[in-house]
Design a protein around this ligand. Structure first.
Ligand code: PGA
Length: 282
């Protein structure tokens, strides 16, 4: 096909499908190590994942270890030129002050961290993080050019009561209430993590995860729609699935059109399993 014909076909397709199908979102696999692994084990783990990623990864791989491991692990990544980027599991919404035990976004920036989880369900459930706190953290992260990975998802009770869509929509809209779409451009990731699937071995059906993620895209598009600009904003945002992702179920998730990657807990601590997930999304 000539270049001219290719271009007109693309324009025609664009008219039929809108922005949607031609969107080229990055694939991302992120490993959330939570409060696991001592320094020695974590060094061995990052070596294994780094070597694999160097040879075989065709997606972005984000490693999210405990705070104390970030610096020593980044030295290993740098020295070996591993194609891994480091993220943090949390941050506070102030830059500095008398906040014993908290980590400032500026401390993350100091370590050249680019990604930070915000509103993980364990933070919401165990440390009482409300949508309002999540909103303040998002604002602060964005103001320092950090890319937040906003986690949303319903509990088992909410799912059983048929409230999944409502809960997820509310989390998205409330967390983003004071944030404009320009500040999110190219530095915003969402992770849909149904709480009942986290650490339980009970993965959400791939087509159901895809459906909720599609709803998140729609919610983002509606929320940021302006009169003169109705492009489908939600289709430009990478959205990951998280909750009992393993090497054995990653492929069926990866083929879903709206799932751009995985946020992995338990399996990110087992190098062969995590590498299998990277492979599925590469
Ligand atoms: P899991 O955790 O993979 O162990 O279910 C996911 C997460 O909490 O991000």
């Amino acid at each position: 096909m000539s270049n001219f014909n290719q271009l007109s076909l693309k324009l025609e397709l664009n008219e039929i499908l809108g922005d949607r199908k031609l969107e080229n979102r990055p694939k991302i696999v992120a490993g959330n190590w939570k409060m696991h692994a001592n320094l020695k084990d974590s060094q061995a783990l990052i070596e294994d994942v780094g070597r694999f990623a160097k040879a075989d990864a065709n997606c972005k791989v984000i490693i999210i270890p405990p705070f104390t491991h970030i610096f020593p692990l980044s030295l290993i990544v740098e020295k070996n030129h591993y194609p891994l980027v480091m993220g943090a599991q949390n941050m506070y919404y102030e830059d500095k002050g008398a906040y014993t035990g908290e980590i400032s976004p500026l401390m993350l920036v100091d370590l050249d961290i680019k990604y930070v989880l915000i509103g993980h369900s364990e933070r919401r459930q165990l440390f009482n993080e409300s949508n309002q706190i999540v909103n303040r953290k998002l604002q602060k992260a964005l103001s320092h050019n950090l890319t937040p990975i906003l986690c949303v998802g319903e509990s088992l009770d909410e799912r059983e009561a048929g409230l999944t869509d409502q809960v997820v929509k509310r989390q998205i809209v409330a967390s983003l209430s004071t944030i404009d779409r320009e500040s999110l451009a190219n530095k915003f990731i969402v992770a849909y993590e149904p709480v009942w699937a986290i650490g339980t071995g009970q993965v959400c059906q791939a087509n159901e995860a895809n459906r909720v993620i599609n709803l998140i895209r729609f919610t983002l598009s509606q929320h940021f729609k302006t009169k003169d600009n109705d492009t489908l904003f939600g289709d430009s945002i990478p959205i990951l699935y998280g909750g009992s992702v393993k090497g054995s179920n990653a492929k069926e998730l990866a083929v879903q059109p709206d799932i751009d990657g995985a946020l992995v807990g338990g399996s990110s601590l087992i190098a062969p399993d995590f590498c299998e997930i990277i492979k599925a999304f590469s």
